[in-house]
Design a binder for this molecule. Structure first.
Ligand code: ATP
Length: 330
């Protein structure tokens, strides 16, 4: 066998010498093409019915085995985000750290591990960036420690880490029920083009949910539990029909995000005035997702918003979930 093609051994020692190995994984951020939110449940959660779309903006995690025990985390200088003043814990509160800790428990012979995260998905941006780091880390440590878990078992561990983690593992398009963790893949091969507009601040997801509860309480309207998503959305995604999709986008959290950050309404208005078919807050925000007619319109719109001082990026989706991009013995 050509040694260059050899799958790296799970044994870190050759004789006395420790051989570090790096597994690099990329995992996508998501937008919620539709997000219906039920009333506050007695357990403090909300049931949702959502259509998730994985988009071409990726987090990357490089997991390197270390001779010293334990888990360490750093942020790569290649990160494209301006992380000045942004709060990303590098200890056991980091979602990637938590993912590695769970995988270490599940593996027979875990080594120590260093996780270097390349951040591209905005922090506290409503695109599941931390969840993507967790999904990437699960897959990287699974390979690093030959844990032998199936994708299904990894998905179970992902759900323990957070409601959005299983989707970043799965990717593509999926309907999410429960708290967003009960996923059914949806058929949607056709690409849709979007422009993401990033904010220079974050919104806390729990704050956005609390604000929605407050708004609903003050209106005194009974909100039913969401049980399913609008089939027109899935049909439009399946057919690659952005015009139809633009008429049925929905996000129950949007008005709460706009209550907390009123400028978001102007950004959506600007995007729609400059050619987007429709705009919406992504998840809990503050990232805005603008649906474009095609890839050329998306590129033109992103450039125009850039000229007007916005941080905008053309992306497409669906894209696949977390996957290994390299596996190297050092
Ligand atoms: P979601 O929409 O899934 O709730 P989000 O995309 O809005 O999340 P994240 O970027 O995942 O937000 O981070 C939310 C908070 O989680 C951050 O403010 C940060 O303090 C904490 N956090 C923990 N681990 C990470 C990580 N790996 N990357 C970024 N933030 C993290």
């Amino acid at each position: 066998m050509n040694p260059g093609n050899r799958k790296p051994s799970s044994l870190p020692f050759v004789g006395d010498r420790f051989h570090a190995r790096t597994v690099r994984v990329k995992a996508p951020g998501k937008i919620n093409v539709s997000l219906s939110v039920g009333p506050l449940r007695p357990d403090g959660y909300h049931s949702v019915a959502s259509v998730y779309l994985a988009v071409s903006l990726y987090e990357e995690v490089a997991a390197t085995s270390t001779e010293a025990e334990g888990i360490t985390v750093s942020i790569s200088p290649d990160s494209t985000l301006d992380l000045d003043g942004v709060d990303i814990p590098l200890d056991e509160r980091n979602l990637a750290y938590k993912a590695a800790a769970i995988m270490a428990e599940m593996s027979e012979k875990p080594t120590g591990v260093h996780l270097e995260i390349t951040k591209r998905v905005p922090v506290a941006g409503g695109m599941g960036g931390g969840s993507a780091d967790a999904a990437a880390t699960l897959l990287a440590c699974d390979a690093l420690w030959n844990s032998g878990l199936s994708r299904e078992e990894l998905a179970h561990l992902a759900a323990e880490l957070g409601a959005d983690v299983p989707f970043s593992l799965l990717g593509g398009t999926a309907v999410g029920l429960g708290v967003g963790d009960k996923l059914s893949p949806a058929l949607a091969k056709a690409q849709m083009d979007w422009v993401l507009v990033f904010a220079d601040y974050g919104l806390s997801t729990p704050d956005v949910f609390r604000t929605l509860d407050g708004l609903r309480d003050s209106e005194g309207i009974e909100i039913p539990e969401p049980v399913d998503v609008d089939p027109t959305i899935l049909q439009a995604l399946r057919n690659g029909d952005p015009e139809t999709l633009s008429r049925v986008l929905i996000n129950d959290l949007q008005r709460a995000s706009i209550t907390l950050a009123p400028r978001l309404r102007d950004t959506i208005g600007l995007g729609e005035a400059r050619g987007a078919l429709a705009g919406m807050v992504s998840g809990s925000g503050p990232t805005i997702a603008l649906l474009a007619r095609d890839s050329v319109s998306a590129t033109v719109l992103a450039e125009e918003l850039g000229h007007r001082g916005h941080n905008a990026l053309a992306v497409h989706g669906p894209v696949p979930g977390a996957r290994i991009i390299s596996d190297t013995l050092l």
